[in-house]
Design a protein around this ligand. Structure first.
Ligand SMILES: [Zn+2]
Length: 244
């Protein structure tokens, strides 16, 4: 594999991918190694991991140079052909790759929840490279509303109502944000009630900025087993002599 770069331990390599639509084999950058998350991994309350550079998230989607089909890189079949000998995926501005992916999503009639998640990734990617973010949030909100109005769509609706609430808050649409936070059932969303209340309070105070996700919430949301173990051992911890 040709090594492209190492960004704070994240390895991005050049891979040979097969386009599922036109069968063209092409070379595209792809995240080859991403260090595992832990409770101290920087995250934000819209439930994304903060990445150090726009190129990392942009390497999670690939664009076929022949037919412009664009989707998550990991969904492409890999080829053994040396990537150095192949046509390269077109170079577009990092966050714009997500616009191509949303467009492909419409073309292949992917569910609007998939397009909403791509649009949110476009927003995060734009933040990670200092590009304009509002149109991404607007697009994500539209796609979330469409997805959630599909009553036949079966998924974690409460989690997505929370993400829509966060999207509205970041857009500065506090009225809709408060309405959406109110639709989230913490148990179903598998989110701490305290987090939902905290974010609703931010919306009521008209706070549109990104908010860092406290490590205690990261633990509860992403490492629930570890958290349960800790809670169960709480009495043991309290009974440890405090003379060290
Ligand atoms: Zn293609």
């Amino acid at each position: 594999m040709a090594l492209l770069m190492n960004i704070e331990g994240i390895i991005i390599g050049l891979k040979s991918l097969v386009c599922p639509t036109c069968k063209q084999i092409f070379a595209a950058p792809m995240v080859d190694y991403l260090p595992e998350m832990n409770v101290m991994t920087p995250m934000e309350t819209d439930l994304h991991r903060v990445l150090p550079d726009g190129i990392v998230r942009s390497s999670m989607v690939a664009i076929c140079p022949n037919c412009v089909y664009t989707w998550w890189s990991t969904s492409f079949e890999l080829s053994d052909v040396d990537p150095e000998s192949l046509a390269k995926a077109p170079e577009v501005e990092y966050s714009k790759k997500f616009a191509h992916a949303v467009f492909t999503g419409r073309k292949i009639q992917a569910h609007s929840i998939d397009r909403a998640v791509l649009a949110l990734n476009g927003y995060w990617c734009a933040r990670e490279c200092g590009a304009e973010t509002m149109r991404w949030l607007t697009l994500a909100a539209q796609e979330f509303v469409t997805a959630l109005s599909d009553e036949e769509w079966y998924g974690n609706r409460d989690r997505f109502h929370y993400l829509l609430a966060e999207t509205y808050r970041l857009l500065g649409d506090f009225k809709n944000a408060i309405k959406e936070y109110g639709r989230v059932q913490a148990d179903y969303a598998k989110l701490p009630q305290q987090l939902i209340d905290q974010q609703k309070t931010y919306a009521m105070r008209k706070w549109p900025d990104p908010v860092a996700l406290d490590p205690s919430f990261v633990r509860i949301i992403y490492f629930p087993e570890e958290w349960e173990k800790l809670s169960a051992n709480e009495e043991d911890l309290i009974s440890v002599p405090m003379n060290f």
